[in-house]
Design a protein around this ligand. Structure first.
Ligand code: ADP
Ligand code: GLC
Length: 489
């Protein structure tokens, strides 16, 4: 796996969880999986027990040599993780951006990582059957595998699988970012990677990868449609036989209330008393009134995708009318940071918020929440609602992408197999209507909520099943790669 994130080393969103969870599951199933990611400034070598392996030479366009160090760590003491040490690109405060401004040289930074991936494998004599690359930052690896020293390369039979976690971010950069890869100008055309005169890194990966996946079955359909494909639908359509949707798994070694070391008390579906302790602790920590009032938690990047303006535009009405307390954790959009940051001052005891990234608090919000809101405009998979099911915080979600595939809508019947609440329209009034429905259920059918909680906590989204599906895709990609080699030889 070549990726920009891998928990716990570096994580901004779900990508970090998924790379770690899938790689660990592949190792558990007996496969020789390894992960390569950048050695960012935030990764402490000592804390993670990293040891230096060797230097590798990465050739840029025009033959320019750049030397980078390779460090090695272990995930769960077993899975080898390689970290690429190149200070000029990665010794920075952020992964992709700083103060909400993307680094101007991201195409070069991640182009470098994408290229180094091949060199690291070659120099460390690890020749994988498949290189699994993730999102725009490492999509170029798929192109380099098919073009780099083709007949001489020990990686000529290595297949590539590109997983699109978020098609809303395509890595569109000035043309210089393409030149940096040294692929040859012939490839800079609109079928391959040109995008209105600029270089589109994700598009390049889509063109070259032997298989493309995205992170839920519903979203696989969405990205093939004009709206959902964000400009890439025609190119994905063109290879639709190689496009697959595989639902993300959850890493329950990190995200299970029965064992989670970060939360105030452990609990499971049979012994829920611990959840009451978690509720109280969360109320105290965030300055909420300690009471039986139902808590709605929300933990999210404040990005357009996440639908937070729907919340902002109905929240105060809900605060006046409905019984909920609110816990809001996240960062991003400065206007939303200001709004949600100031809300506890305006509604003391009723709203608690934390503006920033806080892993422990995100676990507390799951454990202490009665409900968990994910109102996304689009959501390739979404992990927080999957975790919320296990923590017995009933998800309230919009019917899009992976949210659709993971939450079963409550239907007001005593034997409902529901696990949460689903709304359809991306409007504040649709969200408010559903919040009223949740409150009505809280007031008038409280016993049915207990049933929903049992349904939710019984759901199993562990990595075993998705890992089996990825293995099938790896096979598909390998066969495609070998067939192409035969045709070319
Ligand atoms: P995305 O990858 O689009 O951000 P996901 O739901 O797949 O959405 O994953 C989000 C992950 O990031 C979850 O593990 C969530 O708990 C975590 N997360 C998001 N915002 C924060 C935050 N402010 N503090 C801590 N963790 C966060
Ligand atoms: C992306 C998506 C999210 C998905 C995550 C991991 O960031 O926004 O829906 O769960 O990647 O695949």
């Amino acid at each position: 796996m070549v990726a920009a994130e891998c928990a716990p080393y570096a994580k901004v969103g779900g990508l970090g969880d998924v790379v770690a969870g899938l790689a660990k599951q592949l190792a558990v199933s007996g496969h020789d999986a390894r992960v390569l990611l950048p050695l960012y400034r935030g990764i402490e070598r000592q804390r993670h027990g990293l040891r230096y392996r060797q230097n590798v030479c990465v050739h840029g366009a025009g033959g320019r040599e750049r030397w980078a160090g390779v460090w090695e760590g272990r995930l769960d003491d077993t899975l080898p993780v390689w970290l690429l040490d190149y200070g000029a690109y990665f010794d920075r405060a952020g992964l992709y951006d700083e103060n909400n401004r993307e680094y101007a040289d991201n195409a070069e930074r991640f182009g470098f990582l994408s290229k180094a991936a091949l060199q690291v494998c070659k120099d460390l004599a690890f020749i994988p059957d498949v290189m699994h690359v993730h999102d725009w930052p490492t999509a170029p690896t798929a192109a380099l595998l098919k073009t780099w020293d083709r007949r001489l390369s020990p990686l000529s039979a290595t297949a590539s699988v590109l997983t699109i976690h978020n098609i809303g971010y395509q890595g569109v950069a000035p043309r210089a970012g393409f030149a940096y890869l040294g692929l040859g100008d012939d490839w800079f055309n609109s079928h391959v990677c040109e995008d209105h005169g600029r270089f589109n890194m994700l598009k390049l990966g889509v063109f070259f990868a032997d298989a493309v996946t995205t992170v839920s079955p519903t979203h696989a359909g969405e990205i093939l449609s004009a709206d959902g494909g964000r400009g890439l639908a025609p190119y994905l359509q063109w290879k639709r036989g190689d496009v697959f949707g595989i639902l993300n798994g959850a890493d329950y070694s990190q995200w299970s209330p029965a064992t989670d070391p970060l939360i105030p008390a452990n609990y499971d579906a049979r012994r829920l008393v611990g959840k009451q302790d978690c509720r109280r602790a969360l109320q105290q920590r965030l300055g909420l009134t300690v009471s039986d009032a139902p808590i709605i938690s929300l933990v999210s990047r404040f990005a357009v995708q996440k639908g937070l303006y729907l919340v902002r535009n109905c929240l105060e009405q809900a605060l006046r009318e409905l019984p909920f307390q609110w816990v809001i954790i996240g960062s991003g959009d400065p206007a939303l940071e200001k709004y949600f940051g100031e809300l506890p001052g305006r509604y003391p005891g009723q709203v608690g918020s934390y503006i920033g990234y806080h892993n422990e608090l995100s676990h507390w919000a799951q454990a202490g929440g009665d409900f968990f809101l994910v109102p996304s405009l689009y959501e390739p998979c979404g992990l927080t609602q999957i975790y919320a099911l296990k923590y017995g915080a009933l998800p309230i979600v919009r019917a899009t992408g992976g949210l659709r595939d993971t939450v079963v809508n409550y239907n007001n019947a005593a034997d409902s197999d529901g696990t949460g609440f689903v709304f359809w329209d991306a409007t504040p009034s649709a969200l408010l209507g559903t919040l009223r429905w949740v409150a009505d259920t809280w007031w008038n059918r409280h016993d049915q909520l207990a049933r929903l909680r049992q349904n939710a906590m019984a759901k199993d989204f562990s990595w075993a099943q998705p890992a089996r599906e990825y293995l099938k895709v790896y096979d598909h990609a390998s066969r495609a790669r070998r067939a192409l080699l035969e045709r070319e030889s």
